[in-house]
Design a protein around this ligand. Structure first.
Ligand SMILES: Nc1ncnc2c1ncn2[C@@H]1O[C@H](COP(=O)(O)OP(=O)(O)OP(=O)(O)O)[C@@H](O)[C@H]1O
Ligand SMILES: [Mg+2]
Length: 323
């Protein structure tokens, strides 16, 4: 039993779960690539999700689905994945793409030389989809003015490449489409990668579903007492932000506690401990979603696990303007 539980914890790390939003995004990417193969028409997609919602995992799974093929004339790369570097200069972004295409000296040349080389290489590698991860870095304008132009560059690069593009990033990557009309026109389709996207009730039900689908492979039962399933869904939503990464962490923490206690079923008290050990060490009493005194509010204040930094940045910049 103990061994089964431990092997469950280990297996959790590299198992994929096709939760509905993840599957929808995956299928849409397949559809875009297959449409391009059949018709040559490029449809672009923006996928947003909070940190830990599974964007990079989705990209990896998609790349695995269309693996690279070694060919006497060079490597065929059906899906090209590149992450926009944090500083988001055009040169850095072009370099990230060149590196993925196997360019021997990605940092060499001027920006336009690198761009032309990336387009040529992508064509000779027969790229059929470009995935741009960490797209919010394009938007995160710092003091460096060049970051502002990465969006324009990307638009020009997409036009030269002519393949479908899937952009992925934090929810604030949406702003990129607000400020850049040319990108907005190209990314008419957007999807959110959250267990529940939108209304709270959906989040509760889907958080519960996400959690129970992972628990299903556990050799022990989940006891919801003293809460109802509906309440458990809500508590799970507050504990994980409906993000797959936190759902997994919570479950690992809870199962470890179950093992320590030598119990035979997964109970609320194990979840309460798991939340403290694996998600937030200060999450006690009214700040612990599984405690009877829980305040039933999103744990998104400063210093709390679901605090969104971009909100804070926006607020402070507004304050600065007032002064
Ligand atoms: N579909 C999935 N099934 C199972 N586990 C997943 C799935 N998607 C993500 N995970 C788990 O969640 C963790 C975080 O996922 P990932 O790195 O893809 O999130 P992200 O949205 O790219 O976050 P960030 O914005 O911080 O880069 C992964 O390490 C993986 O363990
Ligand atoms: Mg990521």
């Amino acid at each position: 039993m103990m061994e089964k539980l431990l092997s469950f914890i280990y297996s959790l790390d590299d198992s994929y779960l096709m939760f509905p939003a993840f599957e929808k995004a995956f299928n849409k990417m397949i559809e875009n690539l297959e449409t391009f193969r059949k018709t040559g028409v490029s449809q672009h997609l923006l996928i947003t999700g909070e940190s830990g919602s599974g964007k990079t995992t989705l990209a990896n799974l998609f790349v695995q689905n269309y693996p690279r093929i070694s060919h006497p004339d060079g490597e065929i790369v059906p899906v090209l994945y590149a992450a926009v570097p944090p500083a988001a200069t055009i040169a850095g972004t072009a370099e990230a793409i060149l590196t993925q295409l196997g360019d021997p000296a990605p940092s060499q040349g001027t920006v336009s030389v690198k761009t032309a080389r990336a387009v040529d290489l992508a064509r000779s590698c027969r790229v059929e989809m470009l995935i741009i991860d960490e797209a919010q870095h394009i938007q995160d304008r710092g003091k460096n003015q060049t970051q502002y132009f990465v969006g324009d560059w990307l638009k020009a690069f997409m036009d030269a490449l002519k393949t479908p593009v899937t952009m992925m990033g934090l929810p604030r990557a949406h702003h990129l489409l607000h400020v850049n009309e040319q990108l907005r026109r190209r990314f008419t389709r957007t999807l959110k990668l959250a267990a529940g996207s939108g209304k709270n009730e959906a989040n509760e039900a889907e958080s519960l579903e996400l959690f129970t689908s992972l628990v299903k492979s556990l050799p022990v039962k989940l006891e919801r007492d003293p809460y109802t399933w509906g309440e458990m869904g809500l508590r799970l939503h507050f504990a994980t932000g409906s993000r797959i990464a936190y759902v997994k962490l919570l479950l690992i923490g809870a199962v470890e506690n179950l093992i320590q206690m030598g119990d035979s079923a997964l109970r609320v008290t194990h979840l309460e401990h798991g939340f403290i050990t694996h998600i937030w060490s200060d999450g006690m009493k009214e700040l612990n979603p599984f405690h009877s005194a829980f305040a039933f509010r999103a744990l998104d204040h400063v210093g709390e696990p679901f605090h969104r930094q971009d909100v804070e940045i926006n607020l402070s910049s507004r304050k600065r303007k007032k002064i």
